[in-house]
Structures are given as structure tokens and as C-alpha cells.
Design a protein around this ligand. Structure first.
Ligand SMILES: [Zn+2]
Length: 401
């Protein structure tokens, strides 16, 4: 395969095997026609970009039935308010400012600009979440961002002071098209700010469940720097985030236009010492994934032999990679509980574990709960303190021994 960024010839360093659509929760009558692809990550030793080789057609992954509304999580509401305020206070210096967000979802971040009377535009491909954003007073166009859309936006609104994204860039295979669009869209001192799950955190903790169909890239500062340099941008700041089990906020500006924070050199040095630019690191990651799989399967088998009931907590997209890679089915996990009505009564993709309402967990506690939404561990431990105090045990897939 060719690297999606620099066209260098690369090959996958491992396979997670046959994988269904991560968010493809399904009814029993759909088992026969279920779609599978092979999930194979690759690392480019020229531009240092971590990517997956095959990605299913976008229509299979993103459709309105499973639309994700950011607004439903109080934690994410707070995060986006802080993100929006930080951008406004750090980079916008007058009331004439214009900001654009890619994949603006239900307007959860842009409403904090709209509320201050700042000219803004959301570019959101999914029509029903865009509609929700408009209901919140957020100006939104239903489009995929790229060089042409950037030209249209400039013609209608002028150039932008800030272009923002959150958990969007890692979904877009044509990353060079985005960079080109950013170059067209931004003013000379404009900034491009985005955050996504961070490769450094994933390698460090062996949280391989970050790798699934929608995440075509897992970025590092090294790769982001290399992706944007040919388009005339440099990193001017890096801010690690707690979200999604470890994310990074990247801040880019046109080369030489803005002061570069000391964070940039420091984090790049940390990435080099962690070997994020070395192929050998990814061979070790493969071995760590295998060890993590063995550990989890042994743990679940021991529970079963001890006649202890195990259920899954949170039918997340991430859980699909874990369950299918480890081949964990209903023989080891009785069901997965989830608060999302559309998933309830369905089965998990590939391994077909039943998904039941949240009450199925609380009304008849299992002995052990496998926490798939491990990135919300703190909130969940607080919410479910009664489970632990009544003797329930939490486990996660994280850990290699
Ligand atoms: Zn490359």
C-alpha cells in the first residue's frame, strides 16, 4: 500500500483479523449479510504517520441511524465550552473575527462563539446533526470540507481567523485535501486547531481499541508536523488532553507567522524518546497487543470456570476491536449493557453478544463488569459506586500481564 500522506510504499505491521463495522450493532436477521474487512494498521517510516490500510466505504460507517450527538454527554459539554473559550481568548482579538469548524456536529462548540456574537460557520456532513446545531443558533452547512468548499466559504464570508476540529481529522483519509483547504481558508495569521486521540497515549497504554474502521489515522506531533509542512504550516503549540483516554490538541499556523511554544520541542523530543518515529516501536506494540489479548481471555475464562457472571459495560465502537480481536463472544460475556436505546435489543458487531438496557446491569448485578468505556472510568466509578460496594469487580482490557 501507499502511505495516505506521503505516497511512500508501506506495509501493515500486524493484523487484528476480520473485523465488522465498529458501530454496526445489528439484529439477528442481519447476521448473514454482515460486512467484514481486515483491520491492519501500518506505520510510515518516512512521514511517521500511523494509519490503517483498508477502510470500509464511508456509507457503511456513517449513516443517520447511528448519528452521534455530542451534546448528550455532560462531560463533553464542559470540554467543548472550555475548548471554545480557550480559542476565543487565545487567538481572536476583535469582534470582526470569523471561525470555521469541521465536523461541527450538533454545534456543541460553535454555540460558544455564536453566544458571543462571533461570525462562525460549521461544516458538517451529517444532515440530522447539522439540523440540531441550527436549532441551537449555530450557522451550519451540510458538506464535506475540502479545497473547493474552502473556496466557496472564502467567497461568501472571507478568510477565517481560526479553523477548528475535534475528533474529526482522524476520520478523513484525504488529509492533504484538508490541509490544502485550510491553506485557502485561513488568513495569513490564522490558526488551525484540532484534537484527536493521541498515538503516544495509545502506544504507552496498549489501548489498541482506539484502532477501528472510523479512525484511519492516529496522530502524533511528529506526523502532524510532517503532514502540514508541505502545505506551509508549522506546529505552534501542543496541549495534551484527558479526553478519549488521551488526546492531543494540535495548533498550527503558517510557518513563521506566530510564536512557537516551548511545548512543541518538548513533546517532539518525548515522542522521539518513546520511539514514535521508529518501526521497532510498532513491532513491540504488536507484541503488547498479543499479551493484552492473552491476559484478557485468561481472565474471562477464569471467571467462567469459577461460575462468576461477567457482563460488558458500554457498547462502544472501541469494544468491537477488543471483542473481535480476542474472539470474545456470548460464551464469556452474558450481555453488554448500554443506555443508548437504538443499540438495545441488538447484538454486538461480529461476535453477537446481546446488548441490553442499562437496567439489566443495575437490577441484577453481575459478579464482574468488563468496562469498555474505560476512558470515562472516573465518571462511571462515581455513578456505579453501589456495584463495587456490593462486591462487584471491574476489569478492563488494559494491561499486558
Ligand atoms: Zn508517509
Amino acid at each position: 500500500m501507499k502511505c495516505r500522506v506521503c505516497q511512500h510504499e508501506i506495509s501493515p505491521f500486524m493484523t487484528f483479523g476480520r473485523m465488522p463495522i465498529a458501530n454496526g450493532f445489528l439484529t439477528a436477521d442481519k447476521f448473514d449479510g454482515e460486512y467484514f474487512f481486515e483491520l491492519k494498521p501500518a506505520f510510515c517510516d518516512r512521514c511517521f504517520t500511523f494509519q490503517i490500510e483498508d477502510q470500509p466505504e464511508p456509507e457503511l460507517m456513517f449513516h443517520d441511524q447511528y448519528a452521534f450527538f455530542s451534546r448528550t454527554s455532560a462531560f463533553m459539554q464542559r470540554h467543548f465550552q472550555a475548548y471554545g473559550n480557550w480559542v476565543r481568548e487565545t487567538f481572536l482579538d476583535d469582534s470582526e473575527s470569523f471561525v470555521v469548524e469541521l465536523g461541527s456536529n450538533d454545534g456543541i462548540m460553535l454555540e460558544h462563539f455564536a453566544g458571543h456574537g462571533i461570525s462562525h460557520l460549521g461544516v458538517e456532513p451529517s444532515a440530522n446533526v447539522a439540523e440540531e446545531a441550527r436549532r441551537h443558533g449555530v450557522n451550519t452547512m451540510v458538506e464535506f470540507f475540502g479545497p473547493q468548499i474552502a473556496q466557496h466559504i472564502v467567497a461568501e464570508y472571507g478568510q477565517a481567523d481560526a479553523l477548528m476540529a475535534a475528533n474529526v481529522m482522524c476520520h478523513i483519509p484525504d488529509i492533504n485535501g484538508i490541509a490544502q483547504g485550510a491553506s485557502t481558508l485561513l488568513k495569513p495569521r490564522g490558526v488551525f486547531i484540532f484534537e484527536d486521540p493521541y498515538l503516544g497515549a495509545m502506544i504507552d497504554k496498549t489501548t489498541y481499541d482506539q484502532i477501528y474502521d472510523e479512525h484511519v489515522f492516529i496522530f502524533s506531533a511528529l506526523s502532524v508536523s510532517n503532514i502540514f509542512a508541505p502545505h506551509g504550516f508549522e506546529l505552534i503549540d501542543l496541549l495534551p488532553q484527558e479526553t478519549h483516554g488521551g488526546s492531543m490538541r494540535y495548533v498550527l499556523a503558517r510557518t513563521g507567522q506566530r510564536q512557537v511554544s516551548a511545548n512543541v520541542a518538548r513533546i517532539i523530543a518525548e515522542e522521539k524518546s518513546a520511539g514514535l518515529d521508529q518501526s521497532g516501536t510498532y513491532d513491540r506494540f504488536r507484541a503488547d497487543c498479543e499479551a493484552s489479548k492473552t491476559r484478557l481471555v485468561n481472565l474471562l475464562r477464569a471467571e467462567k470456570e469459577a461460575h462468576r457472571r461477567v457482563v460488558g459495560y458500554g457498547a462502544t465502537s472501541k469494544s468491537t476491536t477488543i471483542l473481535n480481536y480476542c474472539q470474545i463472544g456470548p460464551d464469556l460475556i452474558e450481555f453488554i449493557s448500554d443506555t443508548t436505546p437504538i443499540k438495545q435489543g441488538k447484538y454486538s458487531p461480529g461476535m453477537h453478544i446481546p446488548v441490553k438496557p442499562y437496567e439489566a446491569f443495575t437490577e441484577n448485578y453481575p459478579d464482574t463488569a468488563l468496562l469498555f468505556a474505560w476512558n470515562h472510568k472516573t465518571e462511571i466509578m462515581e455513578k456505579e459506586s453501589r456495584f463495587a460496594s456490593s462486591g462487584g469487580k471491574w476489569i478492563t482490557h488494559i494491561g499486558t500481564e
